[in-house]
Design a protein around this ligand. Sequence first.
Ligand SMILES: C[S@@+](CC[C@H](N)C(=O)[O-])C[C@H]1O[C@@H](n2cnc3c(N)ncnc32)[C@H](O)[C@@H]1O
Length: 305
Amino acid sequence: MTPLPATLRKAMARRREIADLNDGTTDAYRLCDGAGDGLPGIFIDTLAGHWLVQTKGVPMPAELAQAPQLGWKSLWWKRLDQEEKSSLQHIAGERLEHVIIRENGLRFLLDFQAGYSQGIFLDQRLQRRRIQANAPGQRVLNLFAYTCAFSVAAAAGGALTESIDLSRPYLDWGKRNFELNGLDPPPHFFCRGDSFDWLRRLARKGLQYDLVILDPPSFSRNQEGKLWRVEKDYASLVTAALAVTKPGGQLLCCTNHHGVSPRQFQDWLQAGAATAGRSIRKYEWGGAPEDFTGEPYLKVAWLNV
Ligand SMILES: C[S@@+](CC[C@H](N)C(=O)[O-])C[C@H]1O[C@@H](n2cnc3c(N)ncnc32)[C@H](O)[C@@H]1O
């Protein structure tokens, strides 16, 4: 069997051929995507040189800690096969709490102590780039905003953004991401609240957006404790979002739910649009960037309405 460092070197060489990882604007991406890179169960992200190793069904590969010549500044481990989302375990190298990464020339703050995720979902790099490119003059509504990475991309491109999330600490983190990029948080709007509730309120006020972003978790509880599940409720989310999407505007719909096929996803989008009485002029499919070589779990659709 090929030793792990040799397989990893091959995976790293593949990344050197990906254009947008080599123009000096991005230093956070997936270095190894499990079976897609010949290492089933091992997922490695480089975060400005700090490596986050996630494992599923296999132990932390001990060879990594013994191979600093691979170029890591520090090594952190997260198990994906535990029920409870665990925090990161420090394995080797610098033990820092925060790091600032760059993606498409934008800066984002990451936190190694944060339990749920470190602050950015690297598989959405292409969507962030497209949002930034289309942004001039747009009004953008980002629901389930988390640390506002989509909003930062939109604002950096010249859009006015509104970010909604249930968590105040995540929105505060989002504001710090704005500041890191020289963007003043006001006039942008950060709202702690339930996305479903806010969609109703914004529609009642007659507000309309050029771009509405839907990237929800696979399931969520709203403030009243009511459970929302992607499989059951995505179509109604689309219906509600279309009520605040301008004619000629766009809806960006995403899900990373593994159990949903692209066909099923498209059916939900169509059903949601039909209930809203809106027609979809064009579908464009997006997805994860080339460094995500493994299972294509991320479904992304840009709808022109
Ligand atoms: C998978 S993350 C979303 C990722 C995000 N779109 C991004 O670009 O990084 C899930 C986020 O949804 C938020 N959330 C969950 N249920 C919500 C709800 N009902 N309304 C608003 N935010 C919600 C969580 O607080 C969390 O920040």
